[in-house]
Design a protein. Structure first.
Length: 82
């Protein structure tokens, strides 16, 4: 009676393919190709990504230190004029 869960909607003119999880390899060529490929991609992009991040970090830390410095009261302004 009715559709089963997973087949709740009937779609016409659409073909879908699936592979059984028992036929798949979880990590095919992970150590042989995956790790060297990750290292190659990291090496090729590190000089494109790292300099802007370093500049942003320097500006951020300088801004926080300057904010904390300016937030303090100047002791010379608190001297009584007699």
């Amino acid at each position: 009676m009715g559709f089963h869960f997973g087949n709740l909607e009937r779609v016409r003119h659409m073909i879908t393919y699936s592979l059984s999880p028992f036929e798949q390899k979880a990590f095919p060529n992970y150590f042989a190709k995956g790790i060297p490929n990750t290292w190659r991609r990291f090496r090729s992009q590190v000089f494109r990504v790292a300099p802007p991040l370093m500049v942003a970090w320097v500006v951020y830390t300088w801004g926080n230190e300057e904010f904390e410095r300016l937030k303090r009261k100047n002791p010379a302004d608190l001297q009584k004029n007699e």
